[in-house]
Design a binder for this molecule. Sequence first.
Ligand SMILES: N[C@@H](CCC(=O)N[C@@H](CS)C(=O)NCC(=O)O)C(=O)O
Length: 212
Amino acid sequence: MSVALYYSPGACSFAPHVILREAGVSFELRKFSTADRSNYLPEYLAVNPKGRIPALLIDGFVLTENPAVLAFLGRRFPDARLYPPPGTEPEARCLEWLAWSSNTVHVAFAQILRPERFVSSQDDYQAVQASGHQNFQRCLADIDTHLDGSDFAVKGQFTVVDPFWLVFFRWGVRQGYNMKSSYPAYTRYVESLSQRPSVVAALEAEGISLWA
Ligand SMILES: N[C@@H](CCC(=O)N[C@@H](CS)C(=O)NCC(=O)O)C(=O)O
C-alpha cells in the first residue's frame, strides 16, 4: 500500500500527519507550502484541483477535505483505535466535532488569513479580519470550556479530532493571543498531547513548534 500526505508546514494537514503516525502507517510526506503558494503549482493542482491542503493518496485514490481524510483514516486503521466504534454516540460526537472544526473554526481563521476569500474589495479586509478574530477566539473559548471537563475532544478517548485542535491552538499562539491565560484547560491539554511520540515526530518533521 502506497500512502502519501500532501502537506504544508503547520497547516491543517498537521492533523492527518499525526494520525498517520499514530496508526503506525508507513507514508511519504509531500510538501507544497502555502506560504509561497506552492499549493497552486500545476504539480499539486493535478492532485487536488482545488489547490487546498491536505490531500491524501491512499489505496490508489486521492482524498481531500480534512474531516473526510481524518474520518477515513480513523476507520481505515481500526486497530489504532483513533475513531470510535461506528454507530455509537462517541462516533456521532467525533463527527460533530470534525464538522464544526472544519466549517466553523477553520473558516473563522480563514477570515483572518485569507480575507480575500470573503470580500472582493481590499477596503473591506480589515473588517473581515476583525470579525475573524472575534469568531476564532469564540471557538477557542468553546474548546477551552469543553476541555475543562474532558481530557479529549471525544470524552475518554484520543481520536482524529484531537490533532486538529492542536493546529488551532498553534494558530492562536501565532496570532499573539495569550493562550495560557485565556484558555487554561486548552493549554493543559496541548501540554499533555505534545508528549505523544506521534506529535513530537510530526512537529520535528514539519520543522514547527506548538508554542511559536
Ligand atoms: N475545506 C478544506 C479547506 C482546506 C484549506 O483551506 N487548507 C488551507 C491550509 S490549512 C489551505 O490550503 N490554504 C491555502 C490557500 O487557501 O491557498 C479542508 O477542510 O480540507
